[in-house]
Design a protein around this ligand. Structure first.
Ligand code: GLA
Length: 360
């Protein structure tokens, strides 16, 4: 029976928080941790999913696929199956086993990694050819439709288009993707706030609705159409809460554009300052930080060599990303673990990551 293997990395958002579903700009990178999907075709029309990471197994008929409430983890691979079938591809039953070193629920997009690894595995097993952007969008639809999380394209696009030692610069309005070199003198540390984030739980959707409501009140199709200055001068009456939500998005778009220029001239201090400003905007305007993420990033900023720190991804828990001078990265990661543990009793398990190639 035909056997194949596919790998998909996690991702870290460097800047551009909650901009993707607002047609905005994002700067992210695929990381050097990810998930492997190993699998085989079956002739009996059955789908057998297992996860070494979760220690779970789930079996059903291909003809019976439907979102599961008792085993929500299967909705990510099954959502991809559903989208492939919807796109007109004829699939056979299969076995798929997931393994890897990407923590689940840590804000590093294990969900997109599952989706993209599943899609690539099924493409190999069935000899399907789907171009990279179409693949990212198919996986994104799987998450929106089948899993029911109204996320944007950031995670899947970064997972597919990641490039070693480069950031991925995504424009969600025209879906243009560029890669920008990350200068070797800077390193990235990812640290956990000790609390898993949960996108399905309402806050993410609420933020998305608030952004949409702000755009409607401003009379534009998306917040991408508005600048921070334009927002300040807008004559329409915009509820203060919506104004703060919109200010986060317009500010993030501008910070991403500025950060791309900063990266091109290897200006780590400028990039770090933008990351700090992003976190502050999350804390105050978007209210998607938590006291633990605030403390974690504060502790990081106080360490020698650290240029900037912010929450990464959806927020409401999850991880922080720290930009640090490469030669001081190991010491900073060790010290951050110690100081966060002393203060909170929690394990931030900071690790140095390297921008890595996308799914393969
Ligand atoms: C999560 C979502 C992404 C994006 C980020 C916030 O990671 O999956 O689509 O919206 O949050 O930038």
């Amino acid at each position: 029976m035909k056997t194949a293997t596919a790998y998909a990395p996690g991702r870290v958002e460097l800047l551009g928080n909650h901009t993707d579903y607002n047609q905005g700009l994002v700067l992210a990178a695929a990381i050097d941790r990810g998930l492997t999907a190993h699998g085989t075709l079956r002739t009996d029309g059955r789908v057998v999913l297992s996860s070494q990471i979760l220690g779970r197994r789930h079996e059903l008929l291909l003809a019976d696929i439907a979102p599961s409430t008792e085993a929500p983890w299967v909705n990510y691979p099954l959502g991809v199956v559903n989208e492939l079938i919807a796109a007109g591809h004829r699939l056979q039953g299969f076995e798929l086993e997931l393994s890897g070193d990407l923590p689940m629920g840590g804000g590093l997009s294990s969900s997109a990694a599952v989706e993209v690894a599943t899609a690539l595995l099924l493409m190999k097993l069935h000899d399907l050819h789907i171009p990279p952007l179409a693949l990212a969008k198919l996986c994104h639809r799987a998450e929106n439709v089948f899993v029911g999380v109204p996320s944007g394209l950031l995670d899947q696009a970064t997972c597919v288009f990641g490039r070693a030692d480069h950031a991925v610069f995504l424009d969600c309005q025209n879906e243009a993707i560029q890669t920008v070199p990350l200068p070797p003198e800077f390193a990235l540390i990812i640290a956990s706030s000790g609390a898993a984030h949960a996108l399905v739980a309402g806050e993410y959707s609420t933020r998305r609705e608030q952004c949409l409501a702000a755009a409607q009140a401003l009379g534009v199709s998306s917040l991408r159409e508005v600048s921070s200055a334009g927002l300040e001068n807008a004559s329409v009456s915009l509820d203060l809460l919506l104004r703060r939500r919109a200010a986060h998005v317009t500010g993030e778009n501008e910070r991403v554009a500025t950060a791309v220029q900063a990266l091109r001239r290897s200006d780590g201090a400028a990039l770090g300052a933008l990351m700090n400003a992003s976190h502050e905007s999350s804390r105050v305007n978007f209210e998607n930080s938590t006291p633990l993420l605030d403390r974690l990033t504060e502790l990081a900023r106080a360490l020698p060599g650290v240029l900037g720190a912010r929450l990464t991804g959806g927020g409401f828990g999850g991880s922080a990303i720290v930009l640090v001078q490469a030669e001081l990265a190991t010491a900073a990661a060790e010290q951050l673990a110690v100081s966060f543990r002393c203060e909170t009793g929690l394990d931030a398990t900071p690790f140095i990551t390297r921008a890595s190639d996308g799914a393969r």
